[in-house]
Design a protein around this ligand. Structure first.
Ligand SMILES: [Zn+2]
Length: 352
C-alpha cells in the first residue's frame, strides 16, 4: 500500500456495520462519540490478538479521526489518533516472538493527538483500521500469520528477477572469488524436509558466478563440484588469485523446534569488509522480501584470514518455516543469485 489511508468516524462506523453484518444505518451514538464529542478518549492499552494477525488499541471511548500511513521508510507505519490522550501507563504487548512487528512506540504528539509508530518486517502490510466497538480499534497486520503463509508464485518470482538491474563492470574487470560453503562429506546445516545447506548454496554460487561474468567480472569458484573442502584452501584460492573480493555463501540453521526463526544475515569482519556485506544484505532484502537479520561483524575464519574485502552471506534458514520452501525452490534460488550478484556488482562499481 503506497498511499496513506484516512478513516473518519463515519467510515469507521460503516466498517463496523459491514463487519457485523448489520444494516448500514449509521449508529448515531458512535458518530457523536467520535467526531463531535468534546470528551477526549484515553488510550489505555495496545494488545496483540492471539494469532498475532492484528493489534487491538483499547480506549475508554471512541477516538476522533484515525490517520494511518507509511513513512518514508516502507517498514515504518504511523497511526495518528485525534481527540485522544495517553493513559499515565499504556500497556504494550511483548513483541519478542512476533514474526512481523519489530517495535512499537506511542507518544502524545500534541495535547489531543496520540501517535503510534510501528516498525515492521519488509513483507508485512497494515490493513484498513476498523473500529470493533467504541473502545476497540483493530489494526490488521497482513502477512504475519505463520500458518496461512501462501507460497510465492512463479510469476511473482519472475517479475522480481525482471526488476533487478545488474550493473556492468567490464571497465573494472574485478576479480571475485565465490565460495560455496561446505560440500562433499560436509552437508552443512540440514533442515526441514532434509534440506541440506550444501545443496542450496552450490547451485546459487554457480549462478552468481555466471551472472558476474556476464557483467564483466573475473570469477573463480573455490569448488567446482560437490567436494569436501577445508577452510584454509578456500582462503588460499582467494589469495593465490589476487582477488579483489571474497564472498562466502551459506544457509543458516537453528534448532528444528524453531521454525519461526527466518531471515537473511550477512557477516563482515573489519570495517573494510562492512560496505560489501551491507551492499549484499541490502540487495537481498530488496529483491527477496525475506526478513532482515542485519549485516553483522563476526570472526569467521574465511573473513579474518582473507586480505581483501570479504563477506559471508547466510541466505535464510533451512530450519525456517518461511525460508526453507524458498531455499528449496529453484526459481527462488535464481532470484537469490540475482540479488547477491547485484549486491556484489553495486559494491564493485562504487569501490573501483
Ligand atoms: Zn554454513
Amino acid at each position: 500500500m503506497a498511499l496513506p489511508t484516512l478513516a473518519t468516524a463515519s467510515d469507521l462506523s460503516a466498517h463496523l456495520n459491514a463487519a457485523s453484518g448489520s444494516p448500514s444505518t449509521p449508529q448515531p451514538d458512535q458518530i457523536s462519540q467520535g467526531l463531535f464529542s468534546s470528551q477526549i478518549a484515553t488510550l489505555q492499552a495496545i494488545e496483540l490478538s492471539e494469532d498475532g494477525s492484528q493489534l487491538i488499541l483499547r480506549t475508554d471511548r471512541a477516538v476522533g479521526q484515525v490517520n494511518s500511513g507509511w513513512q518514508q521508510r516502507v517498514t515504518s507505519h504511523r497511526i495518528e489518533l485525534s481527540n485522544t490522550q495517553l493513559a499515565p501507563q499504556v500497556m504494550l504487548p511483548d513483541l519478542t516472538d512476533h514474526p512481523g512487528l519489530v517495535s512499537m512506540r506511542v507518544e502524545q504528539s500534541d495535547p489531543t493527538t496520540v501517535v503510534v509508530r510501528l516498525e515492521l518486517v519488509a513483507r508485512v502490510q497494515v490493513g484498513t483500521i476498523r473500529q470493533l466497538d467504541s473502545q476497540r480499534l483493530a489494526v490488521p497486520l497482513g502477512g504475519t500469520s505463520t500458518s496461512a503463509a501462501t507460497p510465492i508464485t512463479s510469476e511473482a518470482i519472475a517479475s522480481r528477477i525482471a526488476d533487478i538491474t545488474l550493473p556492468n563492470v567490464a571497465h573494472l574487470r574485478p576479480r571475485i572469488v565465490i565460495d560455496p560453503g561446505h560440500g562433499g562429506s560436509d552437508p552443512g546445516a540440514v533442515g526441514i524436509g532434509g534440506l541440506r545447506e550444501k545443496d542450496v548454496v552450490f547451485p546459487i554460487a554457480q549462478r552468481v558466478a555466471t551472472l558476474l561474468e556476464q557483467q564483466g567480472a573475473q570469477v573463480v569458484l573455490t569448488r567446482q563440484d560437490d567436494r569436501t573442502l577445508d577452510l584454509a584452501p578456500r582462503v588460499q584460492t582467494a589469495e593465490r588469485n589476487g582477488a579483489d573480493m571474497f564472498i562466502s555463501l551459506h544457509a543458516n540453521a537453528i534448532s528444528m523446534s524453531r521454525p519461526d526463526v527466518n531471515g537473511v544475515e550477512t557477516y563482515y569482519y573489519s570495517s573494510r569488509d562492512r560496505p560489501v556485506a551491507e551492499a549484499i544484505q541490502r540487495s537481498m532484502l530488496q529483491a527477496t522480501g525475506m526478513r532482515d537479520r542485519g549485516a553483522k561483524s563476526a570472526r569467521f575464519y574465511v573473513l579474518v584470514n582473507t586480505s581483501m574485502p570479504s563477506a559471508l552471506v547466510e541466505m535464510g534458514f533451512v530450519t525456517g518455516a518461511e525460508d526453507a520452501p524458498l531455499l528449496a525452490n529453484p526459481e527462488f534460488r535464481e532470484l537469490i543469485a540475482y540479488a547477491i550478484a547485484r549486491g556484489i556488482l553495486d559494491y564493485a562499481l562504487a569501490n573501483p
